[in-house]
Design a protein around this ligand. Structure first.
Ligand SMILES: [Zn+2]
Ligand SMILES: [Zn+2]
Ligand SMILES: [Zn+2]
Length: 341
């Protein structure tokens, strides 16, 4: 059983994933990117993965080929679905059982194509799978947040090259999300406006960090980007919850997402990257806090954050939390805007 442990000095939670049980020599092996002879995400290998949770397929029974997108439990999950949280103190620390869900969304049956290479219709299917799993996991009252992310390339943490993303449901709000949610709520409290709507309006009028604008979505490089070619993809109309997007909106998002990934692939020659979907958490009642979610549909604005993994985090960054970014976001936006895709 994994454990979630709280450090009261660093103010962070860490998942001690004992199920993975790595010993020193396991880490030496990991530096050589092992390419499997037989990929568990390809057609015909459905029996090499745990049974599917959800799939979009043209024909055939579950766990057979002919699927377009397939969602399966992670074979080596960081958190496990069974059990109670068992929250408790341990000396100065806090600890709880590693309860959660860890799912893999296989984005295409085609081993050779990345998410950027899929058609907008195929990407729409991937987004429909995201939405379906979000809505389902929200019914589990133990989960306070769903982290949907993609690791592309070995340097970004992908252990299998076949295109996939991951969804981890966790029993607490991760600090990055908690900070963002708090800032949005406080901004709304004083100004009665969504901070993201203000930011999007400003970026559209300034223009020099806009990579591409669509009717309902916009891609920008953040003003204070920590990393070169960092990107954000925003819905232009206010919306706090990705899972409320209808099919038409998801197909528009697919076009914008493909455009962003293809520009990145063209300019940086298929770089490793991570993206994370930031959206409203499940609005479960908090005991003694009836007003807890009262403004979230007004104050929060879902979006996608993407970070190409071009530079290494070194001593200065680890030690200070400051980042040195060698490419200005204005230059990055210009390179991406001018890319011929
Ligand atoms: Zn494959
Ligand atoms: Zn907004
Ligand atoms: Zn965010």
């Amino acid at each position: 059983m994994s454990e979630l442990r709280w450090d009261p000095l660093k103010l962070h939670w860490v998942i001690i994933a004992t199920d993975r049980g790595r010993r020193p020599r396991d880490f030496q092996v990991e530096t050589e990117a092992a390419e499997m002879t037989s990929c568990p995400f390809c057609y015909g290998n459905e029996n090499k993965t745990p049974g599917e949770i959800f799939a979009i397929r043209s024909s055939g029974p579950p766990n057979s080929p002919n699927w377009k997108v397939r969602v399966i439990p992670n074979k080596y999950p960081a958190l496990r679905i069974e059990g109670d949280l068992n929250k408790r103190g341990y000396g100065l620390y806090d600890v709880m059982s590693g309860i959660g869900a860890h799912e893999i969304i296989v984005e295409t049956p085609d081993h050779e194509r990345g998410l950027a290479d899929l058609t907008p219709a195929e990407i729409t299917d991937v987004l429909v799978a995201y939405r379906t799993r979000y809505l389902d996991l929200r019914k589990d009252l133990r989960f306070r947040y769903m982290v949907l992310f993609k690791n592309h390339g070995t340097r970004a943490g992908a252990t299998l090259s076949h295109a996939h993303s991951q969804l981890i449901a966790v029993p607490l709000t991760p600090p990055v999300a908690a900070t963002e949610l708090k800032i949005c709520r406080e901004f709304y409290d004083t100004k009665e406006r969504c901070i993201f709507c203000d930011l999007i309006e400003f970026e559209l009028s300034a223009g020099d960090r806009v990579v591409r604008e669509f009717a309902n979505f916009v891609t920008v490089t953040p003003y204070a980007s920590c990393f070169p070619f960092e990107l954000r993809l925003y819905p232009k109309k206010h919306s706090h919850d990705f899972a409320l997007m209808n099919d038409g909106q998801l197909s528009e998002l697919a076009v914008a997402l493909k455009d962003m990934l293809l520009r990145l692939k063209t300019v940086l020659k298929d770089p490793p990257y991570n993206f994370i979907l930031h959206t409203a958490p499940p609005m479960q009642q908090r005991l003694g806090k009836p007003e807890y979610w009262s403004s979230i549909s007004y104050d929060y604005h879902w979006h996608i954050e993407l970070v190409p993994r071009l530079t290494q985090i070194a001593g200065f960054e680890w030690g200070t939390g400051f980042f040195i970014n060698p490419t200005s976001p204005e230059d990055a936006a210009a390179f991406l805007r001018e890319a011929e895709i």
